[in-house]
Design a protein. Structure first.
Length: 808
């Protein structure tokens, strides 16, 4: 201290001692107390050549005010130690610096609690962003009447917000994002009329968005994303006419109309995502001259895009994905940039290059889907063959792992839909905000060595600021296992602030939530470690959809701003059944090989499959009332086969498991029959007469089946059940018709054919069957039951292919 006392500019001894204690508690070891802290050298202020190159936000400044007693006395007024990964705690000794106005300890590794002693200071700015702080916000902070900025985001603080914070008459910035706060926002916050910025996203608050926010008439930025609060958005929010940045997302609660925002003429960013907003797009959005980003995605908006939206053509991004908008799409949007219209009900036909634009996303934006269950933008993609697997190296180049080729995935864009040359496509939505970059990157690359099995799959990853969806199409129907490969490569595994990031996102497969608030680091047990989540799925219409969605949770400023959202390293989709050899052909009709071969094993089996699948729709209308719908196959009831042989054969059939094989749940040998073939055939013919064959289809299937394939199978079944044996097609014709190689002739109904003749023919058919010792499965009498039509599958695919290859 003697050296300092000899200087003309001096820091009082008690402040020097206070700095020593503060540095010790913070873990700041490079302060040089042999030099004057107010001279701006010797570690007190870092020079440009002393700033680490790999830390963009590094700051190391201690500032003094030396205007006291004719510039002979100095006092510390600011301490800024940013991005230094200090590993200590917060020092109560700030009270020993009576003139201190600013303490900025952003992006360090500090732990512990906020000292209540700080309540007796005259601080103006407190910034503790990006640390490991826990506990409550001390009530005493409400005593700092000079406080203008309180930044506590990205910590582990908890509890409710103190009422005392409403006593801060000069508070302008209150940032509480990414903590564990809970409870309702205190009414006292309504008194903060000087407030300009309010951020509370990624917390666990409860209750609705409070109406008192209408008092914050000086507010320029409001962020309530995944805060835990519920809707609706207060109608008085339109009174905040100084707003330039409004972000509200992921609200629970009832639906509500679009908020009245017509007076927000200074707005530049407007995000109202997943807020249960209903109704039409308002006309006043075109009267926001400063607007650059508009995100209204994942709401319930309907109607057409207003013609006045033409004034929005200069926006950087427009996201309207996931609504119910209809009508035509304005030409300027089709030719625009950074526009996402996916998942709507527009009448425009979209195909070809307009779908594949990396500037406008039109995927599934049209109500005119493909006849084969393929969504718009895939309708033009022909299925030259059926695929039974899918492997993608997300965000990286093509890799071969243990003989399996993982296709490369390196295309990027904020509103992108891209179809590859094989059987998959990718749709991306969103733009990374606040990252300071003019061009977003949608893939991440690891810069260090990864020690894990198959590290090539984890060196790169696909990232998205909102939603990224992978689609597999032209796939064979059946059960699959989806393997999602994850490894966090954007955070670090050390004791620095770069390790404090928290990434949370949701995963949907076939539109069902399978992973909620998924945290890669927690699941894998650390950064840079692989974790694979295996999820069983069913493909019913040849299409598989895997979507990764950011629901507003997790940090967004570690290690820098703009790091958030879903991350996926690789995707594997493998069948749970014995699939045909790679590249098995499929017919023009889009019917997969498995569907063709099993049904075509015998014409009798075709009848049983079709009538079995549709049986409940007709037969139960008669007089049967069951707890579950049944699919029934009737075999001989007068066979000479003994009970033991019967049981053995039933056991054999029930043990067979395959996605293309009928599953047997039970049998019945009682005298009362549940199956009436003549009634089925008679009812089916009546529906044919009325051109209403599709009424046979189980309505529980909804839209999740191929109407063309179903109608084709029904017509073939009717041909195969013709009362005249000569009119029934042979097996090769059945196969050709199912494969789409042969047209199905129209069924000509003979008015002379009565129900009695059908009954007689059916009885004769049963008698003929009883005289035959061996049928398709032997002479077995069984009654099977099932709960879903998808349980009725054809026989083993590989077996069938072998049989076909040996045929002349």
């Amino acid at each position: 201290m003697a050296g300092i006392q000899s200087q003309s500019t001096r820091l009082p001894a008690d402040e020097v001692e206070g700095l020593k204690e503060i540095g010790k508690i913070l873990g700041k070891r490079d302060w040089n107390f042999s030099a004057d802290p107010c001279n701006g050298d010797h570690g007190w202020i870092s020079q440009p050549n002393q700033i680490p190159k790999n830390v963009s936000d590094f700051q190391n400044n201690l500032t003094c005010d030396c205007a006291f007693l004719n510039a002979t006395i100095c006092h510390v007024i600011s301490i800024v130690l940013k991005s230094q990964s200090l590993q200590g705690t917060l020092p109560p000794d700030l009270v020993r610096l009576p003139f201190l106005q600013q303490i900025d300890l952003s992006r360090n590794y500090l732990s512990g609690q906020i000292p209540s002693e700080w309540g007796s200071t005259n601080l103006v700015n407190i910034s503790l962003l990006g640390n490991r702080l826990t506990g409550l916000i001390p009530e005493e902070i409400g005593n700092i009447t000079t406080l203008e900025n309180l930044v506590l985001e990205i910590n582990q603080l908890s509890g409710s917000i103190p009422q005392a914070l409403g006593n801060l008459p000069q508070l302008q910035r209150l940032h509480l994002t990414s903590n564990n706060f809970s409870g309702k926002l205190p009414m006292s916050l309504g008194k903060l009329t000087t407030l300009k910025e309010f951020r509370i996203g990624d917390n666990n608050f409860s209750g609705p968005i409070p109406n008192f926010i209408r008092n914050w008439t000086n507010l320029t930025e409001l962020s309530i994303q995944a805060s835990g609060l519920s809707g609706p958005i207060p109608s008085d929010i339109g009174l905040l006419t100084k707003l330039s940045d409004l972000r509200i997302s992921d609200l629970s609660g009832a639906s509500s109309p679009f908020p009245r925002l017509r007076n927000l003429e200074d707005i530049t960013i407007l995000i109202l995502r997943s807020c249960n907003i209903t109704g039409r797009l308002p006309n006043f959005l075109d009267r926001m001259p400063s607007l650059r980003i508009l995100d209204l995605s994942f709401n319930k908006l309907s109607g057409q895009i207003p013609t006045r939206f033409n004034a929005l053509k200069g926006l950087d991004n427009i996201f309207l994905t996931g609504n119910m908008l209809n009508g035509s799409v304005p030409d300027w949007m089709l030719k625009g940039n950074g526009i996402d219209l996916s998942y709507n009900n527009f009448t425009v036909e979209v195909a070809g290059e307009s779908c594949r634009s990396q500037k406008v996303n039109l995927f599934a934006s049209s109500s005119q889907d493909s006849d084969y269950g393929i969504l718009s933008c895939l309708a033009g993609s022909s299925c030259s063959k059926t695929w039974y697997s899918l492997h993608i190296n997300c965000g990286g180049k093509e890799q071969t792992i243990n003989g399996t080729v993982f296709k490369g995935d390196r295309n990027t864009g904020s509103s992108m839909f891209f179809v590859t040359g094989t059987n998959w496509a990718i749709s991306n939505t969103g733009s990374f905000l606040d990252d300071g970059e003019t061009r977003d990157e949608y893939s991440a690359t690891n810069s260090s060595t990864l020690s894990m099995t198959n590290p090539e799959l984890y060196m790169t990853a696909r990232i998205s600021p909102l939603s990224v969806t992978y689609y597999g199409f032209c796939m064979g129907n059946g059960n699959y296992t989806v393997s999602l490969h994850f490894a966090e490569i954007m955070f670090t595994d050390d004791k620095t602030f770069s390790s404090l990031g928290r990434r949370l996102f949701n995963v949907y497969i076939q539109k069902e939530l399978v992973l909620e608030d998924f945290n890669i680091v927690d699941a894998a047990g650390g950064v840079g470690k692989a974790v694979i989540r295996k999820i069983p799925v069913t493909v019913t219409n040849g299409t598989l959809e895997i979507r990764f969605y950011w629901a507003g949770k997790g940090t967004n400023a570690i290690p820098v701003r703009g790091v958030y959202g879903p991350l996926i390293s690789a995707i594997s989709v493998d069948p749970d059944f014995e699939a045909p050899s790679e590249g098995g052909e499929t017919g023009k009709s889009g019917i997969s090989v498995g569907a063709v071969v099993g049904i075509a094993a015998a014409s009798v089996f075709v009848i049983l499959l079709v009538l079995g699948i549709l049986w409940w729709r007709v037969c139960l209308q008669r007089e049967k009332t069951l707890e579950q719908e049944l699919r029934v196959k009737q075999l001989s009831s007068k066979s000479k086969q003994g009970n033991r042989e019967f049981v053995n054969e039933i056991g054999m059939i029930s043990a067979l498991q395959h996605p293309h094989l009928v599953k047997l749940y039970g049998c019945c040998i009682e005298g009362n029959q549940l199956f009436d073939g003549s009634y089925l055939l008679d009812s089916a013919l009546k529906l044919k007469e009325k051109n209403s064959l599709m009424e046979l289809v189980d309505p529980r299937l909804g839209p999740n089946f191929n109407k063309g394939e179903a109608l084709r199978m029904i017509k073939i079944a009717l041909h195969c059940t013709n009362i005249s044996p000569a009119a029934r097609p042979n097996m090769s014709s059945v196969v050709s018709m199912l494969e789409g190689k042969q047209d199905i002739e129209d069924i000509v109904l003979d008015s002379s054919v009565t129900k009695g003749s059908i009954n007689t023919a059916w009885t004769r058919l049963l008698e003929d069957a009883e005289q035959s010792k061996y049928g398709l499965f032997g002479d077995v009498s069984a009654t099977g039951s099932s709960t879903s039509a998808v349980d009725l599958y054809p026989i083993n695919v590989s077996q069938y292919l072998n049989i076909r290859e040996t045929r002349p």
